[in-house]
Design a protein around this ligand. Structure first.
Ligand SMILES: [Zn+2]
Length: 318
């Protein structure tokens, strides 16, 4: 029998799941439309059945656990708590509901912490004990690993760097506060910066041909690659803010590396190069030159499933 773990990534629209072996091969995968299941018990039934079917389709597979990445997931309690983008309200005891149907360990955490675990077990942090993964998407998620352990804290929700304040009284954040790191250092933060600069600056820009509602981080980084001045300045300001948050994170956890992951990180060197130089300027001097800023070592297409599966493989290795 070959042991496999089911990695499950629950998003607001889709749930992706797959069977992952010990070396990080995704053996098979499937999807469910999360939005089709306003009732959690129906979701759990369909998910468990779908995982069973994947296991049965191949000979000689043994399911040894289920790892789940989900918004507002609580690792300590195995719950999803007050997730704004999911239909299931209040506190959902997801691990318990799944274990009633299938008798294997079920481990939950949020997607950024799962990404950190994926990086540690299958990606670029295999031999590292101290590192941080920043996911630069619509928001900014973070998974912080110190002394070989993902930091969960007292509540299970530790590591919300996206909601540390970088500018007092700054941009409004979806969390109800102002000036949060993610309102500047994310794909949507870059779009906000570019829109502001387009309204304040007079320079020609190829971004002016794009309707504001269709402006994306990808279009801005592409324009920056073609030396569009406003796009370059917007990207530079974003890189400076990413670096400010990194410099703060370095001061409290002294990581060996920071991995940048997610949509905005796809920009590549045009983003990494200024981030590295701003980190060098801003970091507390004792840490200068001690931290590598790297792209994720896990491929974007499989990352969510691998990260979720890594939660269980990590427990097995322990
Ligand atoms: Zn916030």
């Amino acid at each position: 029998m070959k042991e496999v773990v089911a990695g499950v990534d629950i998003g607001g629209t889709n749930t992706v799941f797959g069977l992952v072996d010990r070396t990080g091969n995704v053996i098979s995968q499937g999807t469910l439309k999360t939005v089709d299941y306003p009732e959690i018990n129906n979701f759990v039934s369909s998910l468990v059945t779908a995982i069973h079917n994947l296991v049965k389709k191949k000979d000689d597979l043994e399911l040894i656990g289920i790892g789940i990445g989900a918004p507002n997931a609580n690792y300590h309690r195995g719950t999803i708590e007050f997730a704004p983008n999911l239909a299931w309200k209040g506190i959902v005891p997801l691990a318990e509901l799944i274990r009633k149907k299938i008798d294997v360990p079920v481990i939950l955490t949020n997607d950024a912490k799962a990404a950190a675990m994926g990086e540690m077990i299958f990606g670029g942090a295999k031999n590292m004990k101290n590192f941080i993964v920043l996911t630069l998407g619509t928001g900014l998620g973070s998974g912080i690993v110190i002394n070989g352990e993902v930091v969960y804290g007292h509540t299970g929700f530790a590591g919300e760097l996206g909601h540390t304040t970088v500018i007092q009284g700054g941009r409004d954040c979806g969390c109800g506060r102002q000036g949060c790191y993610e309102t500047y250092a994310s794909a949507s933060g870059l779009v906000r910066t570019a829109l502001y600069m387009l309204s304040e600056m007079r320079e020609d820009s190829m971004l002016r041909d794009i309707p504001p509602s269709e402006l994306t981080a990808k279009k801005i980084t592409e324009a920056a690659g073609k030396n569009d001045q406003i796009a370059m300045e917007a990207l530079d300001y974003t890189a400076e803010n990413i670096a400010l948050g990194i410099a703060n994170a370095i001061a409290f956890s002294s990581p060996e590396a920071i991995f940048l992951f997610g949509g905005l990180a796809q920009a590549g060197e045009i983003l990494f190069e200024p981030v590295r130089s701003y980190v060098d300027q801003k970091v507390f001097p004792i840490f200068k030159g001690t931290v590598k800023i790297l792209p994720s070592g896990v491929s974007e297409s499989n990352a969510a499933v691998l990260g979720a599966a890594a939660l269980v493989w990590n427990e097995m290795i322990k």
